[in-house]
Design a protein around this ligand. Structure first.
Ligand SMILES: [Zn+2]
Length: 222
């Protein structure tokens, strides 16, 4: 085992045997690591006290020679603490579960951006929309938002999970697709163009519909 130091966010903490934990973190090298943390559930453990989902940590650990073996934590030092259990925030839970599955190009810097927005108490519906859209990009899912996903026509009527993108009036009728409110469709367009400020002009109930759409979209295709 070789000693490694890496910055990262804790995304999961699990109890292991009597006194130990398995701690999972998303590292600055865009990879997810699981570490065995011996003795961290003992009352006097310094490492144990510093463990909180959402905290940014300097991890010192002994890297296992094979990916199938658990690496072993030596020491963790808090860089950025979180004043609450971010694990309980719905979108962070969703994002952490997603990262644990692997097979994506999600960037550490994007995660950092999201955590910053949370610490600044930014609007949670916006943070959710932003995060979910970044997830879709990171798995390379097709999400056609430049025109109708079937015929390419540029007058849009709704957004379809089945056809992975916008649909024009005729294509949505022919496929009996659910018709979303124009403002819901606009949210997806604004996200793709990074017109973030425009999203706030759309009412909250439509933002919540868009969040539910994106979550279903990811759950179906990932
Ligand atoms: Zn069409």
């Amino acid at each position: 085992m070789s000693e490694t130091i890496l910055k990262g966010y804790i995304i999961a903490i699990k109890d292991y045997q009597l006194f130990d934990n398995v701690i999972t973190f998303f590292g600055e090298d865009n990879r997810v690591y699981s570490l065995l943390s011996l003795g961290s559930r003992k009352i006097l453990s310094k490492n144990g006290r510093n463990m909180k989902v959402g905290a940014m940590i300097d991890f010192e650990f002994f890297k296992a020679r094979f990916d199938t073996n658990l690496s072993r934590l030596k020491k963790l030092t808090i860089i950025n603490d979180v004043p609450w259990e971010t694990a309980n925030i719905d979108i962070i839970e969703f994002l952490n579960e997603f990262l644990k599955k692997g097979n994506n190009n999600f960037k550490f810097t994007t995660y950092q951006k999201i955590m910053k927005m949370i610490s600044e108490n930014r609007d949670m519906s916006f943070i959710s929309l932003f995060s979910l859209f970044e997830i879709i990009k990171s798995i390379g899912l097709r999400f056609e938002l430049n025109g109708c996903a079937i015929c390419n026509y540029n007058k849009i009527k709704t957004t379809s999970i089945r056809f992975q993108g916008f649909l024009c009036e005729q294509c949505s009728r022919e496929n009996s697709e659910y018709i979303y409110d124009t403002d819901v469709n606009k949210i997806f367009y604004f996200l793709s163009k990074k017109y973030y400020k425009k999203i706030f002009k759309i009412k909250k109930s439509d933002r919540l519909i868009a969040i539910a759409f994106l979550k279903t979209f990811i759950n179906i295709y990932h």
